[in-house]
Design a protein around this ligand. Structure first.
Ligand SMILES: [Fe+2]
Ligand SMILES: [Fe+2]
Length: 475
């Protein structure tokens, strides 16, 4: 396959130099993209020098290169993972047949929709996070935020490439519309609900990267199984970038818990909110919010769309190749929880496996996020702090699917709507809680090596540089 060509206006490994029409179309989209970045991207940092990694190759040996870059000059490019020789469709009605290099006519609409919805989340998260630079807890963390932001921009490029290269006129229209919608805009909102919520503080940012970026990981993992090979290869490379976003969320929350534990160990009897830290109760409320909102992103438990996309060979399961079954799901079942018929509480139903693929992917996600919670509880326990963080019940605070009309406590106890309204603030962040968190972050910490009171420093820096490295040079 073509190696990475960095001398082109659009760095790429898809042979753009040989495809004049496609190159011209993407070069025409590029200025609109940069305009969008300047208008909707990180505020007040467009002329600063940021120590960023840029993809320069797609193989495992050194695909990234670090240097100071002004973000509007970042080399956003188009990178696909190397093709797998003789790859066959791994699931669905056409399992075992060679993968498609072009879009099959009958799947055109479905594939365009899948790519557009995925593409829409990428710029949305940049928009949601655009004000965070003003309150960063350190230069190290500011760099991490901006790295995530430019890579979400690159993920937009990845989806736009597919739209331009494989969907003709309709694809170009969708690519334009991706730059026109805005997160939280009343008239032109982003497609998915969670991507219209503002990420207003850094605790929310780390929760977002821990939970919501991880939804992205699972969606991309299901799409890298696709029978449409260009989509599969695109997602495979995006997942390499996504693993850094997981790291930012996981390590950020771990450092917050570490700081809280260290301070509470010294002052076990003080009011935690007098100590300049994020108290465990506030941490738990944010966790409840971001977890439940992210569960909704997986969609309704029972989904005809997902069933069709699976049978068509468009979107698989998480680690499809490692699952030992027929990969068609005509006759197998999968157990899912639902509100009990006519009584309070829940019951388990053995549903046709093909119909509940969203629920299965959600289960894979839940198993993944439990790992972090266990780690944070270990840190608290070792410091002698007597609280246990928990993922709330899966029916808690849901807007989509079978739990949307029930009201339950984080423990899963059914309550009346009126009681929910009265007690919601015990479980989800209130304006007062958000105000407290904001009060911890009055302004950006910009001195190399310094960290805000509420977060522990990381163990090591980036790209073998010290923690106190000048990761951002302000203009
Ligand atoms: Fe992304
Ligand atoms: Fe991400």
């Amino acid at each position: 396959m073509a190696s990475v060509d960095l001398n082109q206006r659009i760095p790429n490994n898809v042979g753009l130099g040989d495809d004049r029409r496609l190159r011209r179309a993407l070069e025409a989209w590029q200025p609109a993209y940069v305009e969008w970045w300047k208008e909707a991207g990180p505020v007040g940092l467009q002329t600063s020098d940021v120590y960023l990694r840029t993809a320069i190759d797609v193989d495992t040996s050194g695909w990234a290169h670090y240097d100071y870059v002004k973000m509007p000059d970042y080399r956003w490019g188009i990178f696909l993972a190397a093709p797998t020789a003789d790859r066959v469709i791994g699931f669905g009605d056409r399992a075992g047949e060679p993968v498609w290099q072009e879009v099959p006519g009958e799947h055109r609409g479905a594939l365009r929709r899948i790519i557009t919805v995925q593409g829409d989340t990428e710029p949305a998260s940049v928009e949601q996070q655009r004000h965070l630079g003003a309150t960063c807890p350190s230069l190290y963390d500011l760099r991490a935020l901006l790295q995530v932001n430019v890579e979400e921009g690159r993920h937009l490029w990845a989806m736009v490439y597919l739209l331009h290269a494989y969907f003709g006129r309709d694809g170009r229209d969708e690519a334009d519309a991706l730059l026109e919608r805005r997160s939280g805009d009343a008239d032109r909102p982003r497609i998915l609900g969670a991507f219209n919520e503002a990420t207003s503080d850094w605790l929310a940012f780390f929760m977002f990267t821990y939970f919501t970026d991880r939804d992205g990981k699972f969606q991309l993992a299901a799409l890298q199984e696709s029978g449409f090979d260009p989509l599969a290869r695109t997602c495979r490379f995006m997942l390499k970038e996504e693993s850094y976003h997981m790291y930012v969320g996981e390590s950020g929350l771990t450092r917050i818990v570490q700081r809280t534990a260290d301070v509470l160990r010294e002052s076990p009897d003080a009011d935690p909110r007098s100590l300049g830290i994020i108290d465990p109760e506030t941490f738990q409320k944010y966790l409840n919010f971001h977890y439940s909102v992210t569960l909704d992103l997986f969609g309704a438990e029972v989904s005809t769309n997902s069933a069709n996309w699976y049978s068509m060979g468009l979107k698989g399961r998480y680690r499809e190749g490692r699952i030992d079954d027929d990969h068609r799901l005509d006759s197998s079942t999968y157990s899912m929880l639902r509100p009990a018929e006519g009584r309070t509480g829940f019951e388990t139903e053995e549903a046709p496996a093909l119909n509940v693929l969203n629920e299965r992917l959600r289960d894979d996600f839940i198993a993944d996020v439990e790992v972090g919670v266990r780690k944070w509880n270990r840190i608290l326990r070792e410091a002698g702090v007597d609280v246990e963080l928990r993922l709330p019940h899966r029916a808690f605070n849901r807007r989509i699917g079978v739990f949307r009309d029930v009201h339950v406590t984080p423990e899963g106890e059914g309550i009346a709507e009126e009681e929910w309204r009265r007690r919601e603030g015990e479980w989800l962040p209130t304006a007062r809680d958000r105000g407290y968190v904001a009060s911890l972050m009055p302004k950006a910490v910009r001195e190399p090596g310094r960290f805000a009171s509420w977060i522990a420093p990381p163990e090591r820096g980036v790209d073998r540089n010290p923690v106190a490295f000048e990761y951002v040079r302000f203009a």
